[in-house]
Design a protein around this ligand. Structure first.
Ligand code: HEM
Length: 484
């Protein structure tokens, strides 16, 4: 009866409320700069997450409050070198990942990317790392596949001359064909030439499940009970065509020696077929949107009148050095670095838990189990000594000797430490080979009859970002001076 008494309930409510407020105002995070509301609730952060604007919101907080900012009662963001080193590099692979990465389990299994603890991660990485080492990526059997796919991209370009090309689609096709080549050649995809394969890519790339998966993260029981109703309003992630591809490919025999599949099929590692399929699906998804979007943002940028001189200089370097390998062209390297600085394909916070006992970061004591992170978007912009005029697309900054080390240290597009991007060398090879092939033959210009600049605004996905309109139309004009 007492439980139904309104007075009793009010008193209990008040006690709980006061205890909560007390806990917030005495929390060590209270000392961090940040909006007052973030001391009491994470709702504002979640609101921006659901609107696919978390990255920009966190960045605005950094601009307002500085390189260390409290973003929720139990969460802080750092845009400092010390933060990067401590969170992602201490002890080799930094702090453990949070349950956010549960959203990336595949077929009910943890992959290397979604493993939470150092131990789990290290044992899987020991198997896989070899195939992503630069020495393996640079083998001719591996590179020839990328070069062949780049030529197929050029064929699509040549067919579009006189009209325009949606490079958003074609670049994702290219990234898809390159990653499946690296995962299971000769069983990879050919989406640049075959529509059925392109459908597989589209299923992964046009996924719109951000809101659904955020509910799953923040309230798993609600997601379980309400999953079907929820999917009417917020689509779940469904990739049946991609599932068929990886499950079938991972059962095939005698993949090429440089592939990830050949490594996983090695009897010494005793991996089950579904474990291999899960790992492949994960790497496939990781390899499509990142490389595809990074190239897309970059090509859009250098097609704008404001950056046109950059495109011309890139063409001049490539044309003057036809026999120099793609990885030995300094201006191409600078353009790619600047592209990844301004438009990092994974621009947002990579959440980690502060270990037992708490840690001091940038002079602030952060208690254990607080969620801490850095985001590339802010790390690449906040320090104007290291990156002057941060909003300016300026590849020249990467050619200057002064400040070189600081720029490299704050460059966080591939994250850093033992859990940084394993596909970095592959991604860079894919990007440079394509840009070299393309800009030795064509000039690219935006086609505003098919789209508006707002289509190229950055919109958050679950961890990566994409152009909001999911399209990018460029006109390709052949370079007359090109000699084949
Ligand atoms: C421009 C292209 C790319 C960018 C900007 C990028 C960026 C990143 C970042 C920031 C992380 C850390 C994520 C985190 O801690 O939550 C990561 C991890 C990872 N990336 Fe990439 N990536 C790119 C291309 C690729 C490619 C082509 C692959 C191919 C397999 C790949 C596979 C992975 C994997 C497997 C991990 C997890 C590594 C681990 O947990 O040890 N990435 N990537």
């Amino acid at each position: 009866m007492l439980l139904l008494n309104p007075l009793f309930l009010t008193v209990i409510g008040l006690i709980v409320g006061i205890a909560y407020v007390w806990q917030c105002v005495t929390s060590p995070l209270q000392k961090l700069p940040g909006p007052k509301i973030s001391l009491f609730t994470s709702w504002l952060l979640k609101y921006h997450e659901f609107r696919a604007q978390r990255t920009k919101y966190v960045h605005e907080l950094h601009l307002r409050y500085g390189p260390v900012v409290r973003i929720a009662p139990n969460e802080a963001s750092f845009a400092t070198l010390e933060g990067i080193k401590e969170i992602y590099g201490s002890g080799g692979s930094g702090y453990n990942k949070t349950e956010f990465y549960n959203l990336f389990t595949v077929y009910g299994r943890r992959t290397m990317f979604s493993s939470l603890t150092k131990e789990e991660h290290a044992s899987r990485k020991k198997i896989l790392a070899d195939r992503y080492a630069n020495t393996n990526v640079m083998k001719s059997s591996s590179l020839d596949g990328i070069k062949e796919r780049s030529q197929r991209f050029i064929e699509r370009c040549s067919k579009s001359v006189g009209g325009s090309l949606d490079v958003f689609i074609c670049l994702h096709d290219y990234a898809f064909d390159c990653i499946t080549h690296h995962l299971f050649h000769p069983y990879g995809s050919d989406s640049l030439r075959h529509e059925m394969d392109e459908e597989v890519m589209k299923q992964v790339t046009f996924d719109d499940s951000l809101q659904n998966r955020l509910v799953q993260y923040y309230n798993p029981p609600l997601h379980k009970v309400m999953g079907n109703v929820l999917s009417i309003f917020a689509k779940p992630r469904l990739t049946p065509l991609a599932d068929d591809l990886v499950i079938s490919a991972s059962g095939k025999t005698e993949p090429a020696q440089f592939t990830l599949l050949s490594r996983m099929q090695d009897k010494n590692y005793d991996m089950q077929q579904m474990e291999m399929a899960a790992e492949c699906l994960d790497h496939m998804a990781a390899g499509i949107d990142t490389t595809g979007d990074a190239l897309c943002f970059l090509m859009w940028q250098i097609s704008q009148p404001v950056s046109f001189h950059i495109q011309r200089r890139l063409q001049a370097e490539i044309l003057a050095n036809p026999d120099v390998p793609f990885d030995k062209l300094p201006y191409l390297d600078a353009v790619v670095s600047e592209g990844l600085r301004c438009f990092p394909a994974i621009p947002m916070s990579l959440p980690r838990y502060v270990p037992a006992g708490g840690r001091t970061i940038n002079g602030y004591f952060i208690p254990e189990n607080t969620i801490v992170s850095c985001q590339a978007y802010s790390a690449h912009r906040i320090n104007e000594v290291v990156f002057p005029e941060p909003e300016l697309f300026n590849p020249d900054r990467w050619l200057e000797r002064t400040g070189e080390l600081d720029r490299k240290r704050l460059f966080f597009a591939f994250a850093s430490g033992g859990r940084g991007c394993i596909g970095k060398h592959l991604a860079l090879a894919e990007m440079k080979i394509l840009l070299k092939d393309l800009y030795s033959r064509y000039t690219t210009l935006p086609d505003y009859t098919e789209m508006t600049p707002s289509d190229m605004e950055m919109a958050d996905q679950l961890i990566s970002s994409q152009p909001r309109g999911k399209k990018c139309f460029l006109r390709l004009e052949p370079l007359t001076e090109f000699k084949s």
